[in-house]
Write a protein that binds this ligand. Structure first.
Ligand SMILES: *[C@@H]1O[C@H](CO)[C@@H](O)[C@H](O)[C@H]1NC(C)=O
Ligand SMILES: *[C@@H]1O[C@H](CO)[C@@H](O)[C@H](O)[C@H]1NC(C)=O
Length: 463
């Protein structure tokens, strides 16, 4: 089933044994969850957003589907844009973890007899088991994330994700070429009981950000575009976290860089999301430290992938048009002799795929942009990546056939979300949604936005 270069199990065993002995005091049925688990930004587990899944991982809440009860609606199509599941750290973070681990072992001053158990474990027992070949690959838990999501979506939409629709090949599957995404779309298909994998790799669609020159040059390769993030990294709030952590560990403060502070925070997240263990690294942070580090991640995503620069959202125009073309086709009136519409379109990508699309749609936009200097006024912000783009995050467009015409509803991570400007209804008429996004449907042209090319013709009419 799995071909790639995942490390063999044997490699993981020693670390596992050590960790298992450490957590053996806590009950296996109710693994104890670090108190900071809901603040890991894009490294948050899906279960932190939907904690009921910890009790029953396949439970669904059918009342999230909210077409008007008087209009006798039935779902006719769904498009799901899904982020890959839990994964290993990428090489960049694996190297940071190694530097941190060396620093803590080599430099940490012995605290005498009164040292707490977790700190002793950190210094003398914890060993990095991460190797560079793991580079961002999907882990077992990540496969499970996607299998279970598929099962829940299938029980929420039995007529769309049906066995017959699968067997007749009427459901389309597209994915980013990255290994973790391909593994994710395969796991999703396993969850639907489809054992012959079939998908199309489409990076133009799912990794649009690397094909958009305006984005790559204006944001990705542009240090100034991330100014707020850099300032916050060296600002008062991060400094406080860093100083406290250096004192606890007994390492010189100047050697504990902000990147290494973050590596320790991420270690707590990785050990939870990969192995379901409560790592000793978690004890270095209290809730207010975690909120500072969460804010740092949110700042980065805001400026790099979301409202911080308009090109971030505009770079997703190809995906936006793809989704609406699919919905247009599915909602078009048809005679009984016409072929039935495509019941579902499954698109698997990254947090970097979802955030720009959500921004283009105008979701999770706060009045005041988060900056390096307004941390204290941002506690109530809606732009929280821990809630929006955890592992296996998913944005589902549900098209219903209703008496007054087609209606569209959005679900983010299996909860209803309302369209900006159409807040009165969960599932507004599709034509009202189109009217709201008219400016994008008629424009949002990749050549113009990304390549700076003048586009001679009028509206984008690729229907
Ligand atoms: C089910 O979803 C509805 C609508 O989102 C929500 O109000 C309700 O609390 C949910 N029920 C459960 C048991 O989670
Ligand atoms: C880099 O980002 C800054 C700040 O957003 C912007 O003013 C500048 O034009 C960008 N540079 C390039 C080459 O796009």
């Amino acid at each position: 089933m799995f071909s790639g270069s995942l490390p063999a199990n044997g490699l993981l065993l020693p670390a596992f044994t050590l960790l298992l002995t450490r957590v053996s005091s806590s009950s296996v049925s109710a693994p104890d969850i670090p108190h900071i688990a809901a603040f890991f930004g894009t490294k948050t587990r899906y279960e932190e957003v939907n904690p009921h899944l910890l009790r029953d991982p396949v439970s669904v809440n059918a009342s999230v589907l909210k077409p008007p009860p008087t209009e006798r609606c039935s779902p006719v199509h769904l498009t799901a844009v899904i982020r890959h599941g839990s994964r290993y750290p990428t090489v960049k973070n694996i190297r940071r973890i190694q530097r941190l681990s060396e620093l803590v072992r080599g430099e940490a001053s012995r605290g005498g007899g009164a040292e707490e158990g977790w700190l002793r474990d950190l210094r003398s027992r914890w060993e990095s088991w991460y190797t560079e070949d793991m580079d961002g690959q999907l882990v077992m838990k990540g496969r499970e994330d996607l299998r279970l999501l598929a099962q829940r979506l299938a029980s929420l939409f039995p007529s769309l994700l049906s066995e017959e629709n699968l067997r007749s090949g009427r459901i389309s599957f597209r994915t980013s070429s990255k290994h973790r995404c391909v593994s994710s779309i395969e796991s999703f298909q396993e969850g639907l009981q489809q054992h012959e994998y079939s998908h199309q790799v489409d990076d133009q669609l799912m990794r649009f950000f690397e094909h958009c020159r305006g984005y790559v040059e204006g944001v990705e390769k542009n240090r100034t575009a991330m100014l707020e993030v850099d300032k916050f990294k060296h600002g008062d709030e991060m400094d406080g976290v860093r100083t406290r952590m250096a004192e606890t560990l007994g390492v010189p403060r100047d050697r504990l860089t902000p990147d290494l502070v973050e590596a320790a925070f991420f270690l707590c997240s990785y050990e939870l999301s990969i192995k379901s263990v409560h790592s000793p690294w978690c004890f270095l942070f209290d809730e207010s430290d975690a909120k500072v580090l969460e804010y740092k991640s949110d700042l980065k995503q805001y400026w790099k992938r979301s409202y911080g620069h308009s090109i971030n959202g505009l770079s997703s125009c190809p995906l936006f048009h793809h989704v609406f073309r699919t919905l247009d086709k599915a909602g078009r009136p048809r005679r009984s002799t016409d072929a039935p519409p495509e019941p579902a379109s499954i698109l698997v990508g990254h947090a970097e795929t979802l955030l720009p699309l959500l921004s283009l749609l105008g979701l999770y936009k706060d009045q005041t942009p988060p900056t390096a200097s307004n941390y204290h006024s941002q506690h109530g912000r809606s732009f929280r990546t821990s809630r929006i783009v955890p592992y296996a995050a998913n944005l589902v467009f549900v098209l219903y056939d209703c008496q007054r015409g087609p209606r569209l509803q959005l679900l983010l991570n299996e909860s209803p979300v309302r369209f900006p400007g159409l807040e009165g209804e969960d599932a507004p008429l599709y034509r009202d949604v189109r009217a709201t996004y008219r400016h994008l449907l008629d424009g949002c042209d990749f050549d113009r936005e990304c390549e700076g090319r003048v586009v001679g013709r009028g509206p984008n009419i690729e229907l």
